[in-house]
Design a protein around this ligand. Structure first.
Ligand SMILES: [Zn+2]
Length: 332
């Protein structure tokens, strides 16, 4: 499913009330330890690793792998088609794969170096969903403007990429059952907004090591985003280290730190995550769906320039988009 691109660019830089019976909400507790559910996928909780005792807050919302946390309010009728909004505003450092900053408004002209956005547009064209893109925060000014999208993707946004109105709109959108897809530096965005950290699965970017090849391990193959992936595949990335590290989520892929020639230690001293270093996961959160991956740094991920494993990454991402958008079952 390698997507085709015209040019090779080098960038510069529910609560479902099942009967009225007393079915209490048995959400995982803080004592949860890494466990494999009946399908072999991983529901992550606290565990031993490089960084520990990071906490397991619930952010005051219903969150985890239990679909009863989803608000199935009929806000996204399939008959309306599927549309993804890609948001790439950078209020801090800007990744090379984003290229030249975009002009204001929705779907402004693209440059040859806007390779990541172009790749997602192509992914949609080939797989049955429309893609709008913007880095204009005023396009996120109201929940109404977001509710026409089956999913919203934060693609390497940085720092305080949202203003107060956009924060409110995103929260209301998710509470209405919206889908969120976070890619790479979405983990370096809105550090000081706890609700958003919860949307990421109780996780934030802390630091990263060298951009280097390593083996990704596919944790389970029941989810649409892991179906068809090899058990292990080589990919190149910065391999984000996280503080906090995700809890109550379904881990979909992990990186094997033993395959990193230059090690997992990050530039700010994070020792890595030892035997369990997640790189993508999913959860229900505050009524919505959230599928996230820390991967996607390398420009070659998004272009025709060869990069081992990029077809698997793109297949994985496509599954994440489709499941968050309600086109496929979510977080299995
Ligand atoms: Zn990066």
């Amino acid at each position: 499913m390698r997507i085709r691109r015209s040019t090779l660019c080098t960038a510069v830089i529910s609560v479902v009330s099942t009967a009225a019976v007393v079915l209490t909400f048995a959400l995982p507790t803080a004592a949860t330890v890494r466990a494999h559910d009946r399908d072999g996928a991983t529901v992550r909780g606290h565990e031993q690793g490089g960084a520990q005792n990071l906490g397991d807050p619930d952010y005051g919302v219903c969150r985890g792998t239990d679909p009863r946390c989803y608000h199935d309010w009929g806000s996204f009728p399939p008959a309306a088609g599927h549309r993804l909004l890609v948001y790439t505003r950078t209020a801090g450092p800007r990744h090379a794969h984003l290229g030249t900053p975009l002009g204001p408004g929705l779907n402004p002209p693209l440059n040859d170096d806007n390779v990541a956005v172009k790749a997602v547009i192509e992914l949609g064209r080939e797989n049955g969903f429309a893609v709008d893109y913007t880095e204009d925060v005023t396009r996120l000014a109201s929940a109404q403007s977001l509710l026409k999208y089956s999913a919203v993707m934060f693609l390497s946004t940085t720092r305080d990429a949202l203003d107060d109105g956009a924060q409110t709109a995103l929260r209301q959108y998710v509470r209405a059952g919206g889908g969120f897809v976070g890619v790479h530096n979405a983990f370096g965005t809105e550090y000081n907004w706890p609700w958003y950290e919860g949307l990421l699965g109780n996780a934030n970017f802390y630091d990263h090591g060298p951009n280097q090849p390593a083996e990704v391990r596919t944790v389970g193959r029941k989810d649409v985003s892991t179906q068809g992936l090899p058990g292990r595949w080589t990919f190149t990335d910065e391999w984000y280290n996280l503080v906090p590290a995700p809890t109550r989520v379904r881990v979909l892929t992990e990186v094997d730190e033993n395959t990193m020639a230059q090690g997992a230690r990050g530039n700010l001293g994070h020792p890595g995550h030892g035997g369990n270093h997640p790189v993508s996961w999913c959860q229900y959160y505050d009524g919505g769906r959230s599928w996230v991956t820390t991967l996607g740094h390398d420009v070659r991920t998004w272009t025709d320039e060869p990069l081992e494993g990029d077809e698997f990454f793109l297949r994985h991402l496509l599954g994440g988009i489709k499941s968050a958008a309600g086109m496929s079952p979510f977080c299995r």
